[in-house]
Design a protein around this ligand. Structure first.
Ligand code: NAD
Length: 374
């Protein structure tokens, strides 16, 4: 499938490169509201730079990858659909459920696919954890925790403003990986109870080139609470950009027969720890599975697995075979409602009951991945 990218910022290089990993798409043009960024990317990847309007009316393009900032996601997705193109968007799908419903309506009317990141849950750790749970290795999951805590994003991203505006914050920006992973592992969420806080009303950028500039915080930087799943599992969460250091693990799941620690869902691999009742932890390494093999050097020099693009590749395969994509619009709508529900519950000081209830995305096995890889 011929593909165009809109949004040539920080994450775009990962997407430009993923066409070398997966075999069913080719990126032929790119656009950005800032033409300089589009021109730079076009030159680097030897493709055509176009205006946003021109890429949308480009007859050779069947699908748009939307890598703009969250506040532009809805507009770009809807304009792609109106131009007769499928769209795969970076997360979050939109700023709120109302925007999500507008996308769903046009996607249905046009009979075109919309898919959404994150796709990291399709990595080796997420899929192996899913397999171990389905094999009943820790019994029925009844309880758990997830923790994502750091001191924000203003120390590394060149333009970190959007992280502190509605549509981002720790839940919309990073919680999205944890929530999607948990739905992959234990199914949809039924209700939410949460509280929120903002430790400082202003953040100072310490990354270059805008070192020293201030950002006004417009969305809570800490959210804490609990999620109840349709299978009755209860998961406690702590999402914060107000914490310098901590020693919690990312996701812990407690079953009737044992416990499991799932690695950081922002990554494709990492070790799973599993224990049966009171036995010691056993480490399960996932680096030899297809979407766990290290293929990238991280900022700290360590080798990691980064297979962003598998969600897009799976969606293109789904379009070709008329089946539901794993990173489906139904899943993204539910994740969006959960994220909004976390904020709403904290604002109204009451339990939020979800209206959406998607199916768990289908397990992705190695033979299917093999078919999609170059
Ligand atoms: N940076 C990361 O590591 C990372 C990782 C995973 C997901 N994401 C997600 O990817 C998206 C983009 O993140 P980023 O870090 O690349 O941001 P960025 O600010 O670096 O890049 C966004 C680009 O979109 C362009 N843009 C904004 N509005 C536009 C519009 N209406 N039309 C055309 N172009 C427009 C901007 O000019 C900019 O070049 C976000 O939704 C983010 O949550 C980022």
């Amino acid at each position: 499938m011929k593909v165009g990218i809109i949004g040539c910022g920080n994450i775009s290089e990962t997407y430009f490169n993923c066409q070398k990993i997966f075999n069913n798409f080719e990126i032929i043009a790119c656009a950005d509201i800032n033409t300089e960024f589009a021109n730079e990317s076009a030159e680097k990847f030897n493709i055509k730079a176009q205006s946003v309007d021109d890429i949308l009316s480009n007859k050779d393009i069947d699908l748009i990858i939307n890598l703009t900032i969250p506040s532009a996601h809805k507009e770009i997705i809807i304009n792609s659909l109106k131009a007769g193109k499928h769209c795969f968007s970076e997360k979050p799908l939109a700023m709120n459920t109302k925007e999500g419903l507008d996308i769903l309506k046009i996607s249905n009317e046009k009979n075109l696919y919309v898919g959404c990141a994150p796709d990291t849950f399709l990595g080796s750790a997420g899929q192996n954890a899913r397999k171990l749970i389905e094999e009943n290795k820790i019994g029925k999951i009844v309880l758990g925790t997830f923790n994502l805590m750091s001191h924000g994003m203003e120390h590394w991203h060149p333009n970190p403003d959007f992280f502190f505006k509605p549509g981002a914050g720790p839940v919309f920006d990073l919680g999205v990986y944890y929530i999607t992973q948990l739905i992959n592992l234990i199914g949809p969420i039924k209700s939410i109870s949460s509280i929120s806080g903002t430790a400082t009303p202003e953040r100072t950028i310490t990354s270059e080139p805008r070192n020293g500039e201030k950002i006004i915080v417009e969305t809570p930087t800490t959210l804490m609470g609990s999620l109840e799943f349709h299978n009755s599992a209860k998961i406690q969460f702590f999402c914060s950009w107000d914490v310098w250091k901590h020693k919690h693990s990312t996701i812990e799941l407690y079953g009737l027969e044992g416990s499991m620690i799932v690695p950081d869902p922002n990554f494709f691999s990492g070790d799973i720890l599993i224990s049966n009742k009171e036995q010691d932890w056993q480490t399960i390494n996932n680096d030899s599975m297809l979407l766990g093999i290290p293929n990238k050097t991280d900022n700290d020099g360590s080798k990691i697995a980064n297979y962003r693009g598998i969600g897009l590749s799976d969606m293109i395969d789904a379009i070709n075979n008329q089946r539901q994509a794993r990173c489906s619009l139904d899943l993204a709508m539910h994740v969006l409602e959960v994220m909004e529900g976390i904020i709403t519950s904290s604002e109204l000081n009451e339990v939020y009951y979800l209206k959406s209830k998607p199916n768990q995305p289908k397990f992705l096995d190695e033979t299917e991945i093999e078919k999609l890889k170059v």
